[in-house]
Design a binder for this molecule. Structure first.
Ligand code: ATP
Length: 234
């Protein structure tokens, strides 16, 4: 078994008196696709925002490739190979598509935009247009492309399928599986739990800020109690 690329131990995140995450521990094997699923408000974003340095955890440790990165600011992590695609995409709509991609390479010493255009031809075709002119699905591809410019070892995706039509969701999941097949480790946060578990090797179920189940995706999907309690109806 390979070394974990990420190891999170006893993570605690609070906003004032609101305890969003309590004693969360998990690890991610290098090269795997791991998903963190749970209902709205379960604490999924708080966990990955704490990992990526967007939010400061109250306590706990985060090791990336064995190095302690707890409280390392997100822009420094980009250069180390850990990049997040934030919830809601957060592309800059008035800048062109190419300018958005260039920003992705800012903290990584340039990056390779050409490779992103090969993967997403639509971004190449429209590279000089404002990013805000893209459809929701295309904007999600741009957000993912912008993260890939930095050539991450670990990519964190926060709800990439949110608000997208079913066909576009299929495309987003296809891209996520391709990223993993290309050797990048993926941590996927999703409310669309079934879909995420079908794509992932391993899953963690978060409820009210705590991990309540973990296991191989196949085992989680095969457990009727888990399916009924956390994964909802098909
Ligand atoms: P969602 O799918 O809505 O993003 P989530 O599982 O990602 O949900 P979080 O966004 O991490 O959950 O939120 C966990 C808890 O922390 C919720 O109760 C939420 O209201 C609270 N919370 C999140 N961000 C803040 C904040 N900036 N200030 C105060 N409370 C917050």
């Amino acid at each position: 078994m390979s070394e974990p690329i990420l190891q999170v131990t006893d993570l605690h995140v609070a906003y004032g008196r609101v305890e969003a995450v309590r004693q969360v521990s998990f690890s991610i094997e290098t090269g795997s696709l791991v998903t963190l699923v749970g209902a709205n408000g379960a604490g999924k974003s708080s966990v990955i925002n704490a990992v990526s340095g967007i939010v400061r955890p109250r306590s706990g440790t985060v090791l990336f490739e064995g190095r302690d990165i707890t409280r390392t600011p997100s822009h420094r992590l980009v250069g180390q190979g850990l990049v997040q695609v934030p919830e809601g995409r957060q592309i800059l709509g008035t800048l062109t598509i190419e300018e958005n991609l260039q920003l992705g390479g800012w903290h990584a010493g340039g990056g390779r935009i050409g490779e992103i255009y090969e993967r997403f031809p639509v971004l190449h075709e429209r590279r000089d247009l404002p990013a805000g002119s893209l459809s929701g699905g295309e904007q999600q591809m741009l957000a993912i492309g912008r993260a890939l410019v930095a050539r991450p070892k670990l990519i964190l995706l926060d709800e990439p399928s949110m608000g997208l039509a079913p066909k576009v969701v299929d495309e987003v999941f296809r891209v996520i599986e391709e990223i993993r097949a290309g050797g990048t480790t993926v941590l996927l946060v999703e409310q669309n739990a079934r879909r995420a578990l079908r794509a992932a090797d391993h899953g963690y179920v978060l409820s009210s800020g705590e991990i309540v189940h973990e296991g191989s995706s196949a085992d989680l999907l095969a457990d009727d109690r888990i399916v009924q309690a956390y994964l909802g109806m098909e």
